[in-house]
Write a protein that binds this ligand. Structure first.
Ligand SMILES: *[C@@H]1O[C@H](CO)[C@@H](O)[C@H](O)[C@H]1NC(C)=O
Length: 377
């Protein structure tokens, strides 16, 4: 293990104003509040080694990060990839043994101060306080664990800012792709492997996007969508997606429709039978139908898998005729059911965009429609 005492500039007991001279290509430890000291440059691949809370900031520095983490009662803070700040009160046990990295790996300038370094790609500079943690289990909710059920199915060409949905209700986002949407800094991101295209890049991209989970293929039971046989899908899933479970990603099965056999749950049955030994944490479903009874019946029929359900799209099948008023009547019924049904872990209404139809949760001018207001309240 390599130490970096030469760059250990923090002084216990006082806020020092030492000259922090940027070292070309070397980690620079910032000066810190009393009791905080620099631990070192660490590897941070897969599950985050500090995972209790985080923020991404254009003004990130070791000092702002320590303030952010200590403000929430954490005794460890880490800066990574220039803009990221991660907190904890111990290393995340799920991430495995913490490995030190070369100082030269932690040479990315901080977004908030180019004279200081804030880790690097998959490298985090860790700081620790000699004090004790003041957090309790109820205050350690991590932004990136996506604890809230309600999410955004956010098309990749949707250029509005997802932050308009910021509310106590909405807590995650996916966009049918492996990479986060450029404007999404608000919501934890789930990476989706849409079909087999680009599946070899999934692990790298999901990690780079800080994805909290992986969503399987999109409607592989439909020829107009991912269009995969259960056997082909199982083969790809087994090779490329299932192993990511050991890397700490929560995995979701391919998302099937509520169509009849051989689509829908029949397709999912065949997939699960073919995917011997495959890891998955959640069952993914889509529903488009008539009204609430059909909706709840479909969810009920998927309880046989004994896995929490991710309903990653839903809407009214008579979409072309459905008016905003129909959706304004249907959505509260659906949300009330989903929020009280323990089998449902996550869901996303198909309407987080502007399309000029009744299901839109965003108006042409970028404000929330009445439907969007229902979704955020
Ligand atoms: C945006 O459009 C909606 C719907 O047309 C309208 O009710 C609202 O007043 C508009 N808001 C702004 C700020 O222009």
């Amino acid at each position: 293990m390599r130490t970096n005492n030469a760059y250990f500039l923090a002084t216990i007991g006082a806020l020092v104003s030492a000259n922090v001279v940027p070292q070309m290509g070397r980690a620079v430890a910032g000066t810190l509040p009393a009791g905080w000291s620099y631990v070192g440059c660490k590897v941070d691949v897969g599950n985050r080694i500090l995972s209790a809370a985080n923020e991404v900031s254009a003004s990130n520095t070791p000092q702002t990060c320590v303030a952010f983490c200590s403000g929430q009662g954490y005794i460890m803070a880490g800066v990574e990839f220039s803009q990221e700040c991660w907190c904890g009160s111990s290393y995340n046990p799920v991430a495995g043994p913490v490995q030190s990295a070369a100082d030269s790996d932690c040479s990315s300038a901080c977004t908030g101060d180019s004279a200081q370094t804030c880790g690097g790609a998959s490298r985090i500079q860790v700081y620790q306080s000699s004090g004790s943690s003041t957090t309790t289990s109820t205050t350690t909710t991590a932004t990136l664990t996506a604890t809230r059920q309600r999410g955004l199915a956010w098309p990749s060409d949707n250029n509005f800012d997802p932050a308009i949905f910021k509310s106590p209700k909405v807590g995650w986002l996916y966009n049918w792709g492996q990479n986060n949407s450029p404007r999404n800094t608000e919501f934890p991101f789930y990476a989706m492997q849409w079909n087999a295209d680009g599946i070899g890049s999934l692990a790298t991209n999901a990690k780079a996007a800080n994805a909290v989970g992986i969503l399987g293929f999109n409607e592989p039971d439909l020829s107009s969508q991912a269009n995969m046989s259960p056997e082909d899908a199982a083969s790809y899933y087994s090779q490329y997606i299932s192993p990511l479970s050991a890397k700490g990603f929560k995995l979701t099965t391919p998302a099937v429709t509520n169509g009849g056999p051989p689509t829908g749950l029949a397709w999912l049955d065949a997939f699960l039978a073919a995917c011997t030994g495959c890891a998955y944490d959640y069952i993914a479903l889509h529903w488009y139908g008539g009204w609430i009874d059909d909706f709840t019946e479909f969810i009920d029929s998927a309880k046989k898998y004994n896995k929490p359900i991710y309903l990653t799209e839903f809407g009214l099948a008579w979409d072309a005729q459905a008016q905003a008023s129909n959706y304004e009547e249907f959505l509260p019924l659906a949300l009330s059911y989903l929020d009280s049904e323990p089998a449902v872990a996550k869901y996303a209404f198909f309407g987080a965009f502007y399309s000029g139809t009744g299901k839109d949760m965003i108006a042409a001018n970028g404000t929330l429609t009445a439907l969007g207001q229902i979704y955020t309240s």
